[in-house]
Write a protein that binds this ligand. Structure first.
Ligand code: MRU
Length: 340
C-alpha cells in the first residue's frame, strides 16, 4: 500500500506515531483532520507532507457545497492557511498547496469541474512523487558500490513519501541493481524516526540493518565502518540542505573522515532562490526532549531546546540526487528546469 491514498472523499494513511508496535490506519475526512495529523506527526517527511496538503485541499473541494467559484476559492484559501500553519520547514507542503491553488485559480469553469481538477491535481502530485523517487533511486544507485555500508539518518523512506522513499529509494534501487548493501540507521532523537520507521521499513524488506544511537556515528566512522552517507531533505536552499536535526553533525563527521555525503530529494524539495538565513526551523515542544518514548527522564521542571531541523552548508555535501540526475551543489540551478 502507498503511505497515503485518496478513497473518494476520504484520505487514508498510516498513523506513524504508532509504528512499529501498531499498524493503525487513519481515515481523514476533512482538511482540519489532515492538518491535525501533520501537526502531530501522524504523517511526516517532506514529500508526504506535500501530498497530504494537496489531498487536504482536495477534501475541502470534494465536500464543499459552494455554488460559485468565488465561494469555493474562499473555502480553499481558509484550508490552505490552516495547512500552511502546521509545520514551517519542509517546503514541499507550501509547494503543493501553491500548485493546487494556482491550478484551481486558473480553471474557469463551473465548481464541479474545479473540484474535479483539484482532486486530479492532488492525485498527480502523489503519483509524480512515486515516479520521482523511482528515477532518483536509479540515479543514486550509480553512486553506491557493491559491498557498501551506507549510513542514513531519520526516515527518508516509503513512509516519508508516497512510496519507495528518497534516501531509502537510493538504497532500494542499489540492491535491485545487484549491489550488496548494509545499512546503518541512526535512532534520530527525540522522536526516533530512525529506530521506529527506518529500521521497520528496512528490516521488513530484509536489508542487513544495524541501529545506532545518534552519538555513535563519529566512532563508527572513525573505525572505517561506513562507506557512504545518504540522507533526505526537507528543503534545499542555495547555500544549505535543511534536514532532520543531527544531519549537520553527520555531514561534518563525514567530511572529517572523507566519506561521501549524499542528499537525495525530489525537485519539489528545492527552494534554491532562498538562502539558509531565510529558513524557519521548527521548534517543537520540549516535552519531546525531557521525555523518552513518553516517559519523563529529565528532572521535572528542567528546560530543554528542541529544534527539529538543522542546516548543512553546501561545502559538506558531495552531491545532490534528484529525479533529474546527480548534481554538485554548485550546479544545482541546472536542475531547476525540471521543477514546475
Ligand atoms: O520531522 P520529520 O520526521 O517530518 O522529518 C523528516 C526528515 O527530516 C526527513 O529526513 C526528510 O523529510 C526527508 S524525507 C524523504
Amino acid at each position: 500500500m502507498r503511505t497515503i491514498e485518496w478513497k473518494t472523499g476520504i484520505v487514508k494513511t498510516i498513523d506513524q506515531t504508532k509504528l512499529p508496535r501498531q499498524t493503525v490506519f487513519l481515515e481523514l475526512k476533512n482538511c482540519n483532520e489532515v492538518a491535525e495529523a501533520i501537526k502531530n506527526m501522524r504523517m511526516r517527511g517532506a514529500p508526504l507532507l506535500g501530498a497530504a496538503a494537496a489531498y487536504g485541499l482536495a477534501l475541502t473541494a470534494y465536500h464543499s457545497t459552494a455554488r460559485d467559484k468565488e465561494k469555493l476559492m474562499e473555502e480553499l484559501t481558509i484550508s490552505a492557511e490552516t495547512l500552511k500553519k502546521t509545520r514551517p520547514t519542509a517546503v514541499n507542503l507550501f509547494w503543493a498547496i501553491d500548485r493546487v491553488m494556482n491550478k484551481a485559480e486558473k480553471t474557469n469553469e463551473n465548481t464541479e469541474s474545479i473540484v474535479k481538477t483539484i482532486i486530479e491535481e492532488a492525485q498527480k502530485i502523489a503519483d509524480e512523487d512515486v515516479e520521482m523517487n523511482l528515477r532518483m533511486g536509479e540515479h543514486g544507485s550509480t553512486l553506491i558500490d557493491d559491498g557498501d555500508t551506507v549510513l542514513t539518518h531519520c526516515n527518508a523512506g516509503a513512509l516519508a513519501t508516497v512510496d519507495y522513499g528518497t534516501a531509502l529509494g537510493v538504497i532500494r534501487a542499489a540492491r535491485k541493481n545487484g549491489k550488496r548493501i548494509e545499512v546503518i540507521a541512526t535512532e534520530t532523537r527525540p522522536l526516533l524516526q530512525g529506530a521506529r520507521l527506518t529500521a521497520y521499513e528496512l528490516f521488513r524488506d530484509g536489508f542487513p540493518i544495524t541501529l545506532i544511537t545518534d552519538s555513535m556515528a563519529g566512532y563508527i566512522m572513525s573505525k572505517g565502518l561506513i562507506n557512504k552517507v545518504v540522507v533526505g531533505a526537507d528543503r534545499i536552499v542555495k547555500d544549505a540542505v535543511v534536514n532532520k536535526i543531527g544531519t549537520f553533525t553527520l555531514a561534518v563527521l563525514a567530511h572529517e573522515h572523507k566519506i561521501p555525503f549524499y542528499v537525495a530529494a525530489p525537485t519539489s524539495t528545492f527552494d534554491i532562490n532562498r538562502l539558509a538565513k531565510d529558513v524557519i526551523v521548527e521548534e517543537r515542544s520540549m516535552e519531546e526532549v525531557v521525555k523518552f518514548a513518553g516517559i519523563q527522564v529529565a528532572p521535572q521542571g528542567v528546560t530543554a531546546s528542541n529544534p527539529a531541523f538543522d542546516l548543512t552548508p553546501m561545502k559538506y555535501v558531495t552531491a545532490i540526487i534528484c529525479e533529474a540526475g546527480v548534481f554538485s551543489p554548485t550546479e544545482l540551478h541546472k536542475s531547476s528546469r525540471f521543477r514546475d
